[in-house]
Design a binder for this molecule. Structure first.
Ligand SMILES: [Ca+2]
Ligand SMILES: [Ca+2]
Length: 339
């Protein structure tokens, strides 16, 4: 009897404290991998820093994102649950039901008392996406940087923004990976100066809109502010050209890569293909892309196999706005490591 008393007290205190406080990664977890949060329908408490204002992604209530060191999550609530102004950089303790909306994991408070202000540590540094990396489940809900200004590694807009359901959609090329961008009208961001070929450094929150199980696609980047779309105008020679920027020969077996720059006049579309000595196309580095770019080639073919040693021909084809075709080539040698 005596020994059980502290246990009973603990249970009582846990009850008084309300829902269990968990890390955001734990609130989001999907250990059985079915694409549905394991804690769906449960009431949990998290603590996180807001990466935008509380109403930024909603015209009627609250929709914003918070993150801790483990992960990020969407906070979604009716305006009746709002505790007042929520500023970017505020840290809050938030209690709510774990929900999912088109693949997006949410925590949904239902009264102002579900929010407890903690502090104002400021907006955390964005997570830098690597070249060729896209948005994925583990980084959904987090503030992300796409394109790296310190490396002059921009992303290129693939198509003109299209108006769709309260916002605009377009895609950008991050190296070989096409990333969907969703500009929500509620943010007030204008896309009038964005078009196919615009080069950008971007910030935004990892989002998802996928209407069908298993909710493993439809990832998007959600810019928050006009300044999250930083237009970059590098001084690239605008004559039709193809240049190998890094060491050639290179040794892919050592993890070496080669950077290839191409470009030409405004409006031209570019296709960049690597051929082996027998004239077989082994990899496609760019297909009808707008605007010049720098691509990184890892010496692998389209099936991610490292190619045999030897010379390879890189062919750049440009198609101008009148349908006139231009071509030029460079030779790149896949080599063995020196020893
Ligand atoms: Ca699950
Ligand atoms: Ca998701």
């Amino acid at each position: 009897m005596i020994r059980s008393f502290p246990v009973l007290m603990l249970i009582l205190f846990a009850g008084l404290a309300g829902a269990q406080t968990v890390s955001i990664a734990e609130a989001r977890e999907d250990l059985d991998g079915d694409g549905i949060p394991d804690h769906l329908g449960e009431i949990l408490t998290i603590e996180g820093v807001a990466t935008c204002e509380g109403t930024l992604f909603s015209t009627t209530g609250l929709s914003f994102y918070v993150q801790d060191e483990t992960a990020g999550i969407n906070v979604y609530a009716y305006s009746s649950a709002s505790p007042g102004a929520i500023e970017a950089g505020d840290e809050w303790r938030i209690t709510g039901e774990i929900k999912q909306y088109n693949g997006l994991t949410e925590i949904s408070p239902d009264s102002p008392s579900d929010f407890v202000y903690i502090d104002h540590p400021g907006v955390p540094q964005p997570l830098q996406l690597a070249l060729n990396q896209g948005v994925s489940e583990s980084i959904e809900g987090q503030l992300l940087a796409l394109g790296n200004s310190s490396l002059s590694q921009w992303v290129t807009v693939a198509n003109d923004p299209e108006s769709a359901g309260g916002g605009y959609n377009f895609n950008v090329w991050n190296g070989q990976n096409s990333v969907a961008i969703r500009v929500n009208e509620s943010t007030g961001i204008s896309v009038s100066n964005i078009g196919a070929g615009t080069r950008l450094f971007m910030l935004g929150i990892g989002g998802q809109y996928d209407s069908e199980p298993p909710y493993d696609s439809g990832y998007q980047l959600l810019p928050r502010y006009q300044t999250d779309l930083e237009i970059y105008q590098p001084s690239i020679y605008d004559g039709f050209h193809l240049t190998v920027l890094t060491d050639n020969p290179f040794a892919p077996v050592l993890g070496e890569t080669v950077n290839i720059e191409y470009g030409g006049p405004a409006g031209m579309r570019f296709t960049l293909t690597v051929f082996d000595r027998s004239g077989r196309a082994v990899t496609h580095l760019a297909e009808s892309r707008p605007a010049g770019d720098v691509v990184q080639w890892n010496g692998k073919d389209d099936y991610s196999k490292i190619l045999p040693l030897g010379p390879y021909l890189v062919l750049l084809e440009g198609m101008d706005t009148d349908g006139k075709r231009y071509t030029t080539t460079e030779t790149i040698v896949v080599a063995a490591p020196l020893n």
